[in-house]
Design a protein around this ligand. Structure first.
Ligand code: GLN
Length: 188
């Protein structure tokens, strides 16, 4: 099992640490050939406009879209925005997930927060402690996308569409490996 992490901006290093803890081979993806031989890809948190613009500059947009037709891709926070079909403003997106997102939906950096989530796909057990940093909300899911988790008030913070996964929050900033294991379970 070999998982790539898009390593052009954002907290890709934290995802790589997490994957290594789970005994997975990793690769930093900066150019299209780096996708060869991967079983899946993670797009980290960071700044979605920057990730989008640099993906255009490095010729990654089309190769990433092709990769996502047959492989697992997980976007965390900015990565989730990058996967979405609609971010309600003009910026380069992969546009491969049938979700509409609202960026910075909870306000500014100081409005970052943590919350315990119920995530049935992770199985029975303790709630998942999620970290939100200038996070987007998934306003709506369409087509084949389905909701994986919501906040207590019903706002959507995780969605899945086949092998595509989007989370508003940052599992790579916790010690809890369950979300990465969940991704690996369908990246195979
Ligand atoms: N606010 C960022 C954006 O809109 C996302 C923040 C994050 O990834 N933690 O791209």
């Amino acid at each position: 099992m070999k998982i790539g992490v898009l390593a052009i901006q954002g907290d890709f290093a934290e995802h790589i640490v997490m994957l290594k803890r789970l005994g997975v081979e990793t690769a930093e993806v900066r150019l299209p050939p780096h996708l060869d031989g991967l079983d899946g890809l993670i797009v980290p948190g960071g700044e979605s406009t920057t990730i989008g613009k640099l993906s255009v500059d490095f010729g990654l947009l089309e190769p990433l879209r092709e990769f996502g037709k047959t492989h697992a891709i997980w976007g965390t926070c900015a990565g989730a925005i990058f996967l979405s079909r609609d971010a309600r403003r003009s910026q380069p997106l992969l546009g491969i997930m049938d979700i509409t997102v609202e960026r910075n939906a909870f306000g500014r950096q100081v409005d970052s927060f943590e919350a315990d989530l119920v995530i049935p796909d992770l199985g029975e057990g303790r709630p998942y402690h999620a970290i939100f940093i200038r996070a987007p909300i998934i306003e709506s899911v369409q087509g084949l996308a389905r909701v994986i988790s919501t906040l207590p008030d019903g706002r959507i913070v995780a969605a899945r569409q086949g092998k595509l996964l989007a989370t508003s929050f940052h599992p790579e900033l916790t010690q809890d490996t369950r979300f990465h294991q969940y991704f690996l379970s369908f990246a195979k």
